[in-house]
Design a protein around this ligand. Structure first.
Ligand SMILES: Cc1cc2nc3c(=O)[nH]c(=O)nc-3n(C[C@H](O)[C@H](O)[C@H](O)COP(=O)(O)OP(=O)(O)OC[C@H]3O[C@@H](n4cnc5c(N)ncnc54)[C@H](O)[C@@H]3O)c2cc1C
Length: 416
């Protein structure tokens, strides 16, 4: 006997991608479930910068005013801190934003993600939190998602949610049992992500520098409430060597975060200067390996948004934009579905094409910039180019999508 659906759509993951998709679907009158494994607010490995090109979308999602009230200062300059070199250039403003929204800003993920999830909940989405999705199975014409309270025991009874549409929005950095989760990797060249907040930094409030250092890259930016976010990626093999040599020097265990912090301070003058008087605010966080690349937007009957659909190297700080915008794009396509499997497959194809049109260039641009930063002699070459032509920083920001808004917002059927 076919069991009735509990929802029209089940969204796995309550980060920016999941919350934006769920909110937009709920506004269309869909019965939406969001499954999020963590309790919010929670901090997250992320630089926390959002381009102004997202402001129209944040307004549509209903959190634009809160974002303007909470986020850090406008970032009007982009920079490069590499070795002893510090270079700056103008940040391009968003092409179609009103003047006051022309520049991006940073907002802690503890605040941003909570605002978004609360907005989705207010729009009518039912939030299962803290609950982990542990299995997705075919269920007649739809899907069944098995969820368990986070931290529960293996024998605990699972809840089964059923819906014709399942949206994977669980990010890409954790392997797991779901068919949409990426397989485990363990390569020397993997990039591991780190992030910490600091207060009392001397970084100019309108500057977001890219940091390059041997084996990795990173960024720093002033976010909300005087917190500066420092985030970076470093190769697994380089990190292991750094930990080993630091442990030998100090005669004891050295954590990965300690080794990363020490390495950045030792090799990047601009970061050292900005952090000289700064105080760590909370612990360093680690994640990864990161999984840059373009993946399927619809596979095995599951729609994918955010990092799981595709991810750019965070060297361009566009992941939140891509997450928010892909969630919105998918909701737009699903809103046109007549129903049934054929309708969903057509929506999946249209969504995938729209995703590629909007994001492929920035994924490829980020790949090229990251390769240069990480390759042998690449950081020195990058430094030489940028020293002679500082505007390549402005061009890089433009190529990475910082001025590109989501098409069709003005004509969308969604009420603000
Ligand atoms: C070092 C670094 C710096 C970065 N800096 C920036 C930046 O400055 N600007 C920017 O735009 N981007 C930046 N990014 C990228 C950005 O963090 C990601 O692209 C973005 O978080 C992706 O959003 P998402 O919603 O797809 O996934 P996530 O933000 O990862 O959200 C996924 C959610 O799903 C939940 N989840 C996972 N598995 C399950 C499950 N089985 N069941 C239920 N819930 C689950 C998780 O708890 C999480 O809340 C950076 C990334 C790194 C590594």
């Amino acid at each position: 006997m076919k069991r009735p659906s509990t929802h029209d759509a089940i969204v796995i993951g309550g980060g920016p991608a999941g919350a934006s998709a769920a909110l937009a679907l709920a506004r269309r009158g869909w019965a939406v479930a969001i499954v999020e494994k963590n309790v919010f607010p929670r901090r997250k490995v992320c630089g926390e910068y959002i381009s102004a090109s997202n402001l129209a979308l944040l307004d549509r999602l209903g959190i634009g005013d809160a974002w303007r009230a909470e986020a850090g200062p406008e970032i009007r300059r982009v920079g490069l801190f590499s070795g002893d070199t510090t270079i700056e250039a103008p940040m391009p403003g968003a092409r179609s934003g009103p003047a006051r929204d022309g520049f991006g800003r940073a907002l802690g993920r503890d605040i941003l993600d909570t605002l978004l999830l609360d907005a989705a909940c207010s729009a009518g989405a039912e939030v299962f939190q803290p609950c982990r999705a542990v299995a997705i199975e075919r269920d007649g014409d739809g899907q069944a998602v098995r969820i368990q309270p986070t931290g529960g025991k293996a024998g605990d009874e699972a809840t089964i949610l059923r819906a014709p549409v399942v949206v994977a929005a669980h990010g890409s950095w954790e392997p797991g049992p779901l068919p949409s989760q990426l397989g485990k990797v363990n390569r020397h060249s993997d990039l591991l992500g780190f992030k910490a907040h600091f207060t009392n930094s001397s970084l100019p409030s309108d500057l977001m520098p890219l940091l390059t250092f041997p084996g990795g890259y990173g960024g720093m930016v002033l976010a909300d409430h005087g917190r500066m976010s420092v985030s970076c990626c470093i190769r697994r093999d380089r990190l292991a060597r750094l930990r080993g040599s630091l442990a030998a020097e100090r005669g004891g265990h050295v954590s990965a975060a300690e080794a990363v912090g020490h390495h950045i301070m030792a090799t990047c003058r601009g970061a050292r200067d900005a952090l000289e008087q700064a105080r760590l605010d909370g612990p360093w966080l680690a994640a990864g390996p990161i999984r840059p690349g373009i993946r399927a937007g619809y596979e095995k009957g599951i729609f994918r948004v955010g990092n799981v659909a595709g991810e750019s190297h965070p060297i361009i700080a566009e992941g939140i934009s891509m997450a928010l915008q892909s969630g919105w794009l998918l909701a737009e396509e699903l809103g046109r579905v007549a129903g049934g499997k054929a309708g969903r497959e057509a929506a999946g194809r249209r969504y995938e094409a729209a995703w590629r049109g909007l994001f492929s260039t920035r994924v490829l641009a980020a790949e090229a910039i990251a390769r240069m930063a990480l390759g042998p002699g690449g950081a020195a070459l990058m430094e030489a180019v940028v020293r002679n032509f500082p505007r390549t920083l402005t061009l890089g920001a433009r190529l990475s999508g910082k001025t590109k808004t989501v098409p069709g917002l003005a004509v969308s059927g969604l009420a603000r």
